[in-house]
Design a protein around this ligand. Structure first.
Ligand SMILES: [Zn+2]
Length: 328
């Protein structure tokens, strides 16, 4: 059997899109059989000595599922071919009955990610999804063209978030109202409370949380929440929006901040840092984090992202040179 590197495999898949996994089977001389199976999506038997590979796919499963299984089994073989010591790699690779992306085994996750890249290569995603965040409809169109489920598109988009131009993406799998697993492109959760966020997303579907768009998919007892974060907010909130978000009707809370900002700008009016808004904000947050260390309600506001955004707008307005006033 010819040794094909992962890079070669991805290039071949892109060249043969949407039939990447099928083209790889041909290139690698793997035989694929479709048969009615019970309790499994299929399996793969790979003989390391001879290189012979036989893949069996459950013909009873929906077409998109069959293609994912095929890509998954091809990915297993690619992993074996690219293993440092292929002879010790497993030769019999049964497909777990749990389904795509829901197996806890680290190797299965790696294989699923490769499978997604074979089915919807990165280059194709870039061309077909030029506008971000992608809408549910755009993702559905790509999934249809690729002959896969939208969930696989979300998974691939998360894996390649930065290459696509997203500042972050996350998939959260929820099984019976419990987070089964989540994968974020940044390694950090993008949504703090996946459950609450998920429920809100279910209600509003394509909810725009400033620069974060979330889409929720539901299938029987499993749902997937897909979150995309763009670099620039869809529509930047105004200082007034942020003020309302931060303080609501709490005049006293807002008063504490207004007083602190006034004192801080007066104190730094003559210093060099005055012209540097970012330095002014960083200094303000550091100073008041200490100053308000015994006032948790002020600290909670001070440490929020919205507060930094609000400070930026407020200080910019304060620092901008006075406009030429009417003369005469
Ligand atoms: Zn597997």
């Amino acid at each position: 059997m010819r040794r094909v590197s992962l890079e070669e495999a991805f290039a071949l898949a892109e060249q043969h899109f949407p039939a990447g996994p099928e083209a790889l089977c041909e290139t690698l001389g793997m035989s694929v059989r479709y048969a009615a199976c019970v309790g499994t999506e299929g399996w793969c038997v790979h003989n390391c000595a001879s290189g012979n590979t036989r893949i069996t796919i459950n013909s009873r499963s929906p077409r998109v599922r069959q293609r994912f299984t095929l890509a998954h089994e091809v990915a297993h073989v690619l992993r074996i071919l690219n293993a440092p010591n292929p002879a010790t790699s497993p030769t019999h690779v049964p497909w777990p009955s749990a389904g795509p992306f829901v197996n806890d085994l680290a190797e299965e996750r790696v294989v699923d990610a490769i499978a997604a890249d074979l089915l919807i290569p990165r280059g194709i995603l870039r061309v077909r999804l030029p506008h971000l965040p992608a809408t549910e409809r755009e993702i559905a169109a790509v999934a249809k063209a690729a002959g896969i489920s939208p969930w696989v598109v979300c998974q691939a988009m998360t894996a390649h978030a930065s290459a696509l131009g997203l500042s972050g993406a996350e998939v959260v799998f929820i099984r019976q109202d419990r987070v089964d697993f989540r994968r974020s492109s940044t390694g950090e959760p993008l949504v703090a409370d996946a459950k609450g966020e998920h429920q809100r997303a279910l209600v509003t579907s394509d909810a725009a949380l400033s620069n974060t768009a979330s889409i929720a998919y539901k299938h029987e007892t499993v749902s997937l929440l897909f979150v995309q974060r763009t670099v620039a907010p869809r529509s930047a909130p105004s200082a007034d929006d942020l003020r309302k978000q931060l303080f609501g009707e709490d005049r006293s809370l807002q008063g504490s901040f207004a007083g602190a900002i006034g004192a801080w700008t007066n104190r730094h009016r003559s210093s060099a840092s005055f012209a540097n808004v970012d330095a002014l904000i960083t200094g303000f947050i550091a100073h008041y984090t200490q100053h308000w260390s015994k006032k948790p309600h002020l600290l909670a506001v001070l440490r929020s992202d919205a507060c930094r955004q609000w400070l930026l707008l407020v200080l910019r307005a304060k620092l901008s040179p006075p406009r030429a006033t009417d003369k005469g």
